[in-house]
Write a protein that binds this ligand. Structure first.
Ligand code: PRX
Length: 645
């Protein structure tokens, strides 16, 4: 890349071979965004062509109305590139965590057969189109086989991150009324075995799950319910390797993925078939410049939307091998991730700022010996990337050669919507860049006026939006309306992010404006944390906030008012245990404060904003509107005292 002022541009040699290397695409898309998507959609294999490309009945959208399409046909036998040409290419490269365990590689043909066999096994268990299937698996090949098998027969998968607690899994299984849960005996994490089956056993009580299918991975002992549990391999191996693809309407439900919002209950984000497939294929292809000889490593776990779209569906639709890694990127050595890139000749590396900051913290000597010659492109996602992490990544991993795409999107958008294209640019540290072609973003003030350049406001998306925008919140239409279509009316999608534009039109994301904490790129709601803590019988009130953290972006802090008789350390431990049990170890707070009171307005609303400022050092502002302003100085001393410790 080369630099002009504070902007970076791709070099001529990269531009020459890039799939998209000039700005015309932006003009073309802007002229008629619906036509733009229509043209892209035409190159996929449809079971039946759509009748109408876009239908807007605010706040509801539909894309490719009347069309029929199955994603597995587009990945496998009806792949637009031709099945004969692609069937022997590598589809999955699985890297186990244990260093001395061998990799497993699946070609498209291997994968297709496994998907069909498992799809037939699901059918035999009575799974039909539209039925929900829970998937609680770590990063092992069977997670991909399971998702694709569901897609093959039109079952709706709902993947639950393997580090979520049994309770978090149970809530999701109850909400979706899943009949089947797919899990594993255990998996490796930092050298130890994490037993997942025992969590699954706990979770399925009081749900409609009839069968639990278990992948044998770690070989650890598990409890077995003869009438309910089945081994994945056993039921698959008996089946035929052929299974017809179900006919899927563009607007049939494809999957549900739960995410956190402002309130205590997670939302089941609904994605449908047609729009999602088109968006996943072409955003991945253009943004990562995916070509025949690429190998993509997207480090996101499949439990998150990034894992769905860019670890699995986009690379497979583009017939690019996807590398999946079971373990932690710094185990057993801090350079494990670099070794994996080098050993596998990864060309495209897509990770989160938290990981980049962690790599940076280990020091340059750790990666001194790596030249990263195979890398051609770097990506970042999930949270704002600051200048220093951007530059470190660009210089020391991309060797100033690879374009670095900072990609902004959300569980709700299904695919990337803001990032400069690698063969076009420009790139600027800490900026996500330009909206993807055809995307109509604005930055609004509170009244809905467009903010002038440089002024921070609320990031909104205007019609025709994007093909893979969420279609609803599962079983909760009010939540859909209230969360996304209330602030500026039913024709404006509100992202809940603050942002501004620079003089080049590049967008910088500031962060969430709702009560969502972004820890290590994951979404945690303060409401969810508070709901977990409030289960404690002697805690009368609590408040959770996110504060800045050097590595993880943000971390939660919890304040509690405790009325019992136990000692402070014991109460703190109990609070942590409640969070662990209700949500999982990923949500653990950095600190728990026992306090006498919380700052409140006269109407009784807790002022979390003030609590947050106690940590950021910002001016506390006018406290006269508080009903109990005297508490603020007490809290300030408590926080300061703790920081000195
Ligand atoms: O706040 C934005 C932040 O992540 C939120 C969406 O989170 P989630 O649904 O978990 O999806 C994450 C992966 C797509 C957004 O509202 N976010 C995502 N990407 C970026 C980002 N913030 C800054 N820069 C990004 N590149």
């Amino acid at each position: 890349m080369h630099q002009k002022g504070d902007l970076y541009y791709p070099n001529e040699d990269f531009k020459k071979i890039a799939l998209i290397n000039n700005r015309e695409i932006y003009q073309e898309a802007e002229k008629d965004p619906v036509k733009f998507w229509e043209k892209l959609a035409e190159s996929l294999s449809w079971q039946k062509k759509w009748e109408k490309t876009f239908e807007h009945n605010p706040p509801y959208v539909k894309w490719f109305v009347g069309g029929k399409i199955n994603i597995t046909e587009n990945i496998f036998e009806k792949n637009p590139q031709g099945w004969e040409k692609i069937k022997d290419k590598n589809a999955i490269i699985w890297q186990p965590e244990l260093v001395d365990e061998e990799q497993k590689i699946f070609t498209y043909k291997d994968l297709f057969e496994k998907v069909n066999k498992f799809a037939n096994a699901l059918k035999k268990l009575g799974v039909k189109k539209g039925d929900r299937v829970g998937i609680y698996l770590p990063m092992i090949p069977e997670v991909i086989i399971s998702m694709l098998a569901c897609a093959r027969i039109g079952a709706v998968h709902t993947v639950v991150f393997s580090a979520f607690s049994p309770h978090a899994l149970q809530v999701r299984l109850q909400d979706t009324e899943a009949k089947i849960l797919i899990t594993t005996d255990g998996y490796y994490r930092r050298g130890g075995v994490v037993g997942l089956k025992q969590n699954a056993d706990e979770a399925v009580d009081n749900t409609s799950v009839e069968k639990v299918i278990v992948v044998k991975r770690a070989g650890n002992p598990v409890n077995w319910d003869e009438g309910r549990d089945l081994w994945f391999e056993e039921i698959s191996s008996q089946e035929s390797g052929e299974c017809p693809a179900e006919e899927m309407d563009s607007e049939d439900l494809f999957f549900i993925l739960y995410t956190s919002g402002s309130t205590g209950k997670p939302k089941g984000i609904m994605h449908t078939c047609g729009g999602y497939i088109v968006q996943a294929k072409f955003t991945g292809q253009w943004i990562f410049d995916l070509k025949d000889d690429d190998i993509l490593w997207c480090t996101s776990d499949v439990g998150w939307i990034t894992g769905h779209t860019y670890t699995i569906y986009s690379p497979l639709l583009n017939t690019v091998p996807t590398l999946i890694f079971e373990g932690a990127p710094d185990w057993p050595n801090p350079d494990r991730w670099a070794q994996i890139i080098e050993d596998n000749k990864v060309t495209t590396f897509y990770t989160a700022p938290t990981a980049i900051r962690m790599f940076e913290k280990y020091g340059l000597e750790v990666i001194e010996k790596y030249k990263f010659e195979s890398l051609q492109l770097l990506g970042s996602v999930g949270e704002p990337i600051d200048d220093s992490a951007w530059l470190w990544y660009f210089k020391n991993v991309g060797k100033e050669r690879c374009p670095l795409v900072d990609t902004w999107w959300q569980t709700e958008t299904g695919g990337i919507l803001i990032t400069s294209l690698p063969g076009v640019g420009p790139f600027k540290p800490a900026f996500s860049g330009l909206p993807f072609p055809g995307m109509n973003f604005e930055i609004f003030d509170e009244e809905g006026n467009i903010c002038p350049q440089g002024k921070q406001g609320n990031l909104v998306l205007l019609p025709p939006f994007n093909p893979s925008l969420l279609r609803g919140v599962y079983k909760n239409p009010e939540k859909y309306l209230e969360t996304y279509w209330k602030d500026y009316g039913e024709k404006v999608y509100f992202t809940s992010d603050a942002a501004y534009r620079d003089e080049n039109g590049l967008i910088r994301i500031i962060g969430r404006v709702d009560d969502v904490i972004k820890m290590a790129g994951h979404r945690l709601s303060t409401g969810e944390l508070e709901a977990a803590v409030n289960l404690h019988p002697d805690i009368t009130e609590c408040a959770a906030i996110g504060i800045p953290d050097e590595i993880r972006g943000e971390v939660p802090i919890v304040f509690v008012i405790y009325k019992g008789k136990k000692g402070e350390d014991e109460v703190k431990k109990e609070v942590v245990d409640y969070i662990k049990k209700e949500i999982g170890p990923i949500a653990l707070p950095k600190e728990v404060y026992l306090v006498d009171d919380l700052p409140k307005t006269r109407s009784g609303k807790i002022m979390r904003r003030i609590l947050r400022k106690l940590f950021t050092g910002e001016d506390l502002g006018d406290l006269s509107t508080l009903a109990n302003s005297e508490i603020v100085s007490k809290l300030k001393n408590k926080v300061a005292g703790n920081n000195e410790k």
